[in-house]
Design a binder for this molecule. Structure first.
Ligand SMILES: [Zn+2]
Length: 358
């Protein structure tokens, strides 16, 4: 069947975004792509990753969550092991100015909350003025067991845990999520110079000597593939995964874009899909979904004049009232509990709801 719609890719006038226009009968959609996200999604390993069968199933998804937490733990051992000794000192502030991952994984811990209160703004500002790479190196060192020597044995034990989770994921999916890496230390002071290979030399912040990469001492560790981690932490994987399923159903898709509605407002759309002139938008939620999220989604549907909408949830809608509200809207396909469902089953439901023959 011919698509009664024409898609015009406009050469971006700005360097920040790509714009596509879709024209059809009573349809004009202006789609704005985020170049940074699109580059990430086009990455070969990321593409392979989101092609993992049943990626959103708890069996696989929870292992990946565990792996990323374990990695944050490996690269932040100081946090749990020496947090208490930091508690009274200035150096604690380093934790809060640096890695987002710390906040992401430990924000719920009681200790973190208590300590955060103790931070003085003056100290915080001092670190904020420091060049970022310098700060990062120093912070890594603190994370790896404070000013003293890196506890090599500890790092190796944690690395083994990381590997065993990585192996489980590989067994289930055939995908190798870990990449070999190394932590580079000053051979004399055993403090961290870098948590990845570098070119040239790095200055040891204890003995002040320049250490070349040849002279640095290495601990071999594994890391989660950087792009995969980014796509995971931004929750882009679920959108890309849904887009892949929709492409299996002959849709043309756009992932993580802004689309201009009839009102002139730009809406964030997780997945926009077009199939035989039918416009479909999909909202993907990996975490909790509030009543507001659902109402906002309905506004989006009507402003974008999309024909069909999918609400894809790893979990379920929290309230029966919201579920009932969604159920009454025939334009919405509600995919709840995707963490418990097989991919084939999800595809079958979509085929049925979109009236596609298998
Ligand atoms: Zn040194």
């Amino acid at each position: 069947m011919e698509m009664p719609i024409s898609i015009i890719e406009l050469d971006s006038s700005t360097k920040q975004e790509n714009i596509t226009l879709i024209l059809g009968k009573n349809i004009l959609l202006k789609i704005i792509e985020d170049l940074e996200k699109q580059t990430l999604l086009k990455n070969k390993t990321v593409k392979e990753f989101v092609s993992i069968r049943n990626l959103c199933h708890d069996d696989i998804r929870l292992l990946i969550e565990e792996l990323i937490k374990e990695e944050a733990f490996l690269f932040a051992p100081g946090l749990t092991r020496t947090f208490l000794s930091f508690a009274k000192g200035e150096n604690l502030n380093l934790f809060f100015t640096l890695e987002n991952s710390l906040k992401r994984y430990f924000a719920d811990s009681k200790l973190y909350k208590t300590l955060e209160k103790e931070i003085s703004q003056t100290v915080k500002r001092k670190f904020e003025r420091m060049p970022r790479d310098e700060l990062q190196t120093i912070c890594s060192s603190f994370m790896h067991g404070f000013v003293g020597k890196v506890d090599e044995k500890w790092v190796k034990t944690e690395n083994k845990k990381l590997l065993s989770i990585g192996d489980k994921i590989n067994e289930k999916t055939g995908f190798e999520i870990l990449v070999p890496s190394s932590i580079l230390l000053c051979p004399k002071c055993k403090v961290i110079l870098s948590t990845e290979e570098f070119t040239g030399a790095k200055k040891c912040y204890i003995c002040n000597k320049n250490i070349t990469r040849e002279n640095a001492k290495r601990i071999y560790v594994y890391k989660v593939n950087e792009q995969v981690k980014r796509v995971w932490e931004k929750n882009l994987w679920f959108e890309a995964y849904m887009a892949r399923l929709l492409r299996k159903l002959d849709c043309k898709t756009w992932t993580s874009v802004h689309v201009m509605g009839a009102s002139g407002i730009l809406h964030e759309v997780d997945v926009l899909a077009i199939r035989n002139g039918t416009i479909l938008i999909c909202e993907c939620k990996t975490g909790k979904v509030s009543r507001n999220d659902v109402f906002n989604f309905c506004t989006k549907i009507s402003d974008l004049k999309s024909h069909i909408a999918i609400l894809a949830l790893i979990g379920e809608l929290p309230e029966p009232e919201t579920r009932e509200f969604v159920r009454k809207n025939p334009a919405i396909i509600r995919l709840e509990n995707m963490g418990k469902r097989e991919e084939a089953d999800i595809l079958n439901e979509l085929r049925r709801r979109l009236s596609i023959k298998a």
